[in-house]
Design a protein around this ligand. Structure first.
Ligand SMILES: [Zn+2]
Length: 264
């Protein structure tokens, strides 16, 4: 298997939050372990077959015709890979997003998101130790904006920090701009579920992740499309980052709607 293809696979696995380690083009144990986390790839398949299946699964997700997910590299998979590269890699370059400028702050000592038992140790079992946060500015349900949300459940350990962030958002932007920028479109917090296409729990399961404006910041969108990339939102992200929260958009360039109280 070509190095270029393996690099592509490693890069995509890392984007999905499955730690494939360095993007070095070597199909080693780290990459294989990350492939094992992907739903739909049989565990007993050899690593090369798993890697090919991953390409096929990605292509299928993007609506590219791949035929059966069989883990065999044929002309159809080769074509699907080329199409995938076009869709997922050859995007325009960042305008605002500069990870090298980001200072990593962690005043609340949020834990790492891996391994999962580390999260359990810090936050307890999924779905537990929840409390209600009274919001400093009204939110609306993103998928039904006539529904006003004045409070929601979050983990008790993130409550105070979350309140500080949102209070600063009001101070910095004011209600009118909050509405203009759709910083009040709430996409959910506590939700006990497994990650899409994976076996590990979503960070929403602990009530430590929040989604905002999912319609303009869809899961697979990168900085060429997501609205939270724009300069207007830089302060928004800095307010979260000051409290140690992590934006998957700013750090990994996908799932721009999502912010979490766990490090990667
Ligand atoms: Zn999320």
């Amino acid at each position: 298997m070509k190095k270029k293809i393996i690099k592509f696979i490693q890069f995509q696995l890392n984007l999905m939050g499955e730690n494939a380690g360095l993007v070095d083009g070597i199909l080693g144990p780290g990459t294989t372990e990350a492939l094992n986390q992907i739903k739909g790839i049989p565990f007993q398949w050899p690593k090369t077959r798993k890697a090919v299946a991953f390409i096929q699964i990605l292509a299928q997700k993007e609506g590219i015709e791949t035929g059966e997910i069989d883990g065999y590299w044929g002309p159809q998979t080769a074509f699907a890979f080329e199409s995938l590269e076009q869709v997922l890699i050859e995007k325009k370059d960042p305008i605002v997003w500069r990870p090298e400028d980001m200072e990593v702050q962690n005043p609340n000592n949020w834990p790492l998101q891996r391994p999962e038992d580390g999260l359990d140790k810090f936050y307890g079992p999924v779905g537990e130790n929840q409390t209600r946060i009274a919001l400093p500015y009204p939110h609306k349900l993103a998928w039904k904006t006539t529904t006003i949300v004045n409070s929601f459940f979050c983990h008790e350990k993130v409550h105070d920090s979350l309140l500080r962030v949102l209070s600063r958002v009001v101070d910095n932007y004011g209600l009118e701009e909050i509405q203009q920028l759709r910083l009040d479109l709430w996409g959910g917090c506590l939700n006990v579920r497994k990650k899409r296409g994976g076996t590990s729990y979503s960070l929403h399961s602990w009530g430590i992740a929040i989604d905002y404006d999912p319609g303009h910041n869809q899961l697979q969108w990168g900085r060429d499309r997501a609205s939270f990339v724009k300069p207007d939102y830089d302060t928004w992200w800095r307010l979260w980052e000051e409290e140690g929260w992590l934006s998957l958009g700013r750090s990994r360039n996908f799932d721009w709607m999502h912010v979490q109280a766990a490090k990667i």
